[in-house]
Design a protein around this ligand. Structure first.
Ligand code: 5GP
Ligand code: MN
Length: 340
């Protein structure tokens, strides 16, 4: 965090106030962990804090300390709107544009109080008075740790905060294996373990809670895996029927796309998931090396994210989305074959 940003934030926080901390739509481990970690830290400093998410988060995160107090906009519109109207300061975490909060964006856009952004996605929008944006960071949760360091607050990290931030870092780094995992990430993790994060139990809580339905859905996804060797690309598709047949719950398809990326020689992996309720096909993109799925998702699928992990959507039905995807690959042939 640069000095100016730090000074701005210190001034904004120099007396106790109502603070709202907002994460992105379809919150993941980093959104939930970083928002709760920051909120607990600020609460410890005397602020009145409320964490808000646009919609619900997956079951496998529902043990994180403080998660029961999160307000979701889709279920508690009135309370959320009131909390935002009453807030003196709004933190937005783990996203770079207000439209990443879905319908909640309208409420946020009306707010006249200062915004502070903490985020690691590329090309941040310009709505905050203090922007702590660093695309080299493993996770927003790691940035919250550095933010706390900047405010000389490391000694105030409780075992709850340590747990919340650990979840964010662990989930966004694929358990410390993605390229953005640095020596500093591991030092932060070491510090969180010292402060009481139970690393092995946290890992079990997140990853060892599969239902039979989810594993069988994974089986369907792996059966639907297609490889395009000339583009070093692999993709998976899941229809609404596939989901319905396996009692799909939010978060069940998390990580599926990584199986496609684990194929030898593949540098670009995609999963297409039909969502009849929203009349869209949701798409996740992953890559290895320099091929930017952020650019690809922005250019073709109304999305974005990071160089190696991004998401997007289309109103095309599933099969059409897949056909369209294959049809736009030729110009990328060189880039995909040049890499890693
Ligand atoms: P996922 O594929 O797991 O949904 O998302 C991968 C990454 O891309 C995450 O960092 C997520 O925040 C980002 N992302 C996912 N969907 C979108 C989207 O529609 N727009 C933008 N800008 N980023 C997205
Ligand atoms: Mn993140």
């Amino acid at each position: 965090m640069n000095k100016d940003t730090l000074e701005t934030v210190k001034t904004l926080l120099n007396q106790p106030k109502k603070v709202v901390v907002v994460g992105h739509k379809n919150p993941d481990g980093d959104a939930v962990g970083s928002c709760l970690g920051l909120a607990y830290f600020l609460k410890g400093r005397g602020h009145d804090t409320q964490v808000i998410m646009p919609n619900d988060f997956p079951e496998f995160l529902k043990w994180i300390p403080g998660c029961a107090d999160i307000l979701t906009f889709d279920r508690h519109q009135k309370q959320v709107t009131q909390a935002i109207e009453e807030a003196a300061l709004i933190f937005t975490l783990d996203f770079n544009a207000l439209n990443r909060t879905g319908d909640l964006a309208e409420v946020l856009e009306k707010a006249t109080v200062p915004f502070v952004m903490i985020d690691h996605h590329q090309q941040p929008d310009d709505y905050a008075v203090a922007v702590y944006s660093d695309v080299s960071m493993s996770s927003t949760a790691q940035m919250v740790f550095h933010f706390i360091e900047g405010l000389d607050g490391v000694n105030e990290i409780s075992h709850e905060i340590a747990t919340q931030l650990y979840v964010g870092i662990m989930t966004d780094t694929g358990s410390f294996r993605f390229p953005a995992t640095t020596a500093t990430t591991h030092k932060v993790i070491a510090s969180l373990i010292e402060k009481g994060a139970q690393n092995s139990i946290i890992h079990q809580n997140i990853y060892d809670t599969n239902s039979q339905d989810r594993l069988k859905l994974l089986g369907v996804a792996l059966n639907n895996l297609h490889v395009l060797p000339e583009y070093r690309t692999a993709y998976i598709s899941l229809s609404q029927k596939d989901l319905d047949d396996h009692n799909f719950k939010k978060g069940d398809t998390e990580g599926f796309v990584n199986y496609a990326l684990s194929l030898k020689g593949v540098v670009f992996a995609v999963i297409f998931i039909e969502n009849r309720q929203e009349s869209i096909t949701k798409i996740s993109f992953r890559s290895k090396g320099s091929f930017s799925v952020n650019e690809f998702a922005r250019t073709h699928f109304n999305g974005g994210g990071h160089t190696n992990a991004a998401g997007g959507r289309t109103e095309m039905p599933l099969q059409k989305a897949v056909t369209h995807f294959i049809s736009i690959l030729p110009p990328y042939k060189n880039a995909l074959n040049h890499d890693a």
